[in-house]
Design a protein around this ligand. Structure first.
Ligand code: SF4
Ligand code: SF4
Length: 472
């Protein structure tokens, strides 16, 4: 029985409710009155229920699809302006005891090189990431209680935060590790993590069990209820995601929104971010073997409908996607992207040798961070290295209430300009720096409050003199 407040996975992600939602969406995909009503509701910018959003995703009328895209673009502009926050993944270890059939780190893969970074190696990787200009990392590790116990993860987080190379610092570490206990989530919270990210992969229980035949991750309920344990352990900001391509995208979309509704209903705060990865080619993985691959067009529709349904939730797209797709999807609602990424264990400090590769998937966007920053600016975006909120205690419901009142914009825009300035001073090529400094000059005019503008201008000159880490 569907109950968004239930703490049982099979009740808040109720299979029958999803099937009924898909049926409702299919029956109404050309119901112009209903679609107009849903679009009118979405224009209030308070989000949509999973059934309503599913109708928009199923809609087949070209003029209404155009309206959906236009609204997504407008909501993106209203909530996130023209800023894009940048981050990089850091893989700590690819030892894994699970049997996920779509991931080359599955236990039975004897072909892939297994690696686990030592603390000294992490220090080298972090130094290299700082020298690129990164301030925000997402750490990743396979699930292996012996090779990657929680103490190893905690020690690694400490190491990452302790490294200071030249003007560099990693100011926010987001964590993407396997579902764990409330006690371990509490430890992660105490270690000062930003967002806890865990992809559901698929919300379809039967498919989930086939795709995860062995290992602790095969327990659907334990995995699906992980965010509740994380929040019970004190982690305010959690990041959801599904791996598109494993199951029918309409099913995943409804499940994803039901999960968000559940978190909001139970904890009073929805997900901080939603990631939208697609299955990619990797060591012993061929994406063609999965029947549910989605086109770029459908991928963009999903992003637009997520943007409309959960306007306050950040959306992340990684270098799994190529430049062309990232170009389209950023416009429709993505707020964070990775840049200059390596998906191998190590690889930032020195490239992996050809005969000992450890990537989780092939990167489609292989540009350097400098190239990504320059590309964003020439497309009219402000690349942001901001990490201010969690360091100012703006997490969970505090963060959401600032978002909902629109006040967060007063922080995001100046912080984007100041962190971009740091990047230009410390890491950018001359060409990027010239474009960036001109952009900052232009963007200063868009700070509405004269007092704030003056403070930002003073801080920008401070950065030119060598000061760092200003934030609102
Ligand atoms: S997806 Fe995660 S849990 Fe599954 S095999 Fe890969 S690293 Fe392990
Ligand atoms: S001010 Fe907060 S919400 Fe805005 S970009 Fe910075 S960390 Fe994100």
């Amino acid at each position: 029985m569907y109950d968004r407040k239930s703490m049982k996975a099979e009740e808040f992600i109720d299979h029958e409710e999803i099937l009924e939602t898909l049926d409702y969406a299919e029956r109404n995909k050309n119901n112009i009155e209903l679609i107009d009503r849903i679009i009118a509701k979405a224009k209030e910018r308070k989000g949509l229920e999973h059934r309503e959003a599913s109708v928009l995703l199923a809609c087949e009328m070209p003029e209404k699809i155009r309206e959906i895209y236009d609204l997504a673009e407008q909501i993106k502009k209203d909530f996130y302006g023209n800023r894009i926050v940048l981050f990089a993944p850091l893989y700590l270890s690819n030892y894994c005891v699970n049997g996920c059939v779509y991931c080359p780190y599955h236990r039975k893969n004897r072909h892939i090189t297994r690696k686990k970074l030592t603390q000294a190696e992490i220090a080298k990787e972090v130094t290299a990431l700082q020298d690129m200009g990164h301030k925000r990392l997402a750490i990743e590790a396979g699930e292996d209680p012996v090779m990657n116990p929680i103490d190893y993860i905690l020690e690694s987080i400490d190491t990452i935060y302790s490294i200071r190379h030249r003007n560099g610092a990693i100011r926010r570490v987001n964590v993407n590790i396997a579902a764990t206990t409330v006690e371990n989530y509490r430890k992660l919270k105490d270690a000062g993590i930003g967002t806890y990210i865990l992809f559901q992969e698929t919300y379809h229980k039967e498919s989930y069990e086939k795709l995860h035949p062995t290992g602790p991750k095969s327990n659907y309920a334990y995995h699906t209820e992980a965010m509740d344990r994380a929040m019970e352990g004190g982690i305010d900001d959690v990041g959801l995601g599904v791996l598109f391509g494993l199951e029918l995208y309409k099913y995943e979309f409804a499940g994803l929104l039901m999960h968000a509704e559940h978190l909001e209903a139970v904890h009073g705060v929805g997900p901080h971010t939603i990631s939208i990865p697609r299955v990619k080619r990797a060591d012993d993985i061929d994406p063609e073997t999965f029947d549910n691959g989605i086109s770029d067009e459908i991928f963009c529709r999903i992003a637009a409908c997520i943007r409309i349904a959960v306007p306050y939730t950040g959306m992340i797209v990684s270098t799994r996607e190529n430049q062309k797709v990232r170009d389209q999807i950023i416009r429709l609602g993505v707020s964070q992207i990775s840049g200059g990424s390596r998906t191998s264990v190590g690889g930032y400090y020195e490239p992996e040798p050809e005969d000992a590769r450890s990537e989780q998937f092939d990167v489609s966007d292989t540009r350097t961070l400098d190239e990504v920053v320059r590309w964003l600016m020439t497309r009219g975006y402000i690349p942001s290295f901001c990490t201010a909120c969690y360091r100012e205690g703006r997490t969970g419901d505090r963060f959401m209430s600032l978002c909902k009142s629109g006040q967060i914009q007063n922080c995001c825009h100046p912080n984007a300009l100041m962190t971009l300035k740091e990047y230009l001073e410390d890491y950018a090529s001359k060409e990027t720096a010239d474009i960036g400094n001109a952009l900052i000059g232009k963007e200063l005019e868009h700070i509405p409050d004269e007092k704030v503008r003056k403070i930002v201008m003073e801080r920008l000159s401070g950065i030119e003199q060598g000061d760092r880490d200003f934030r609102f």
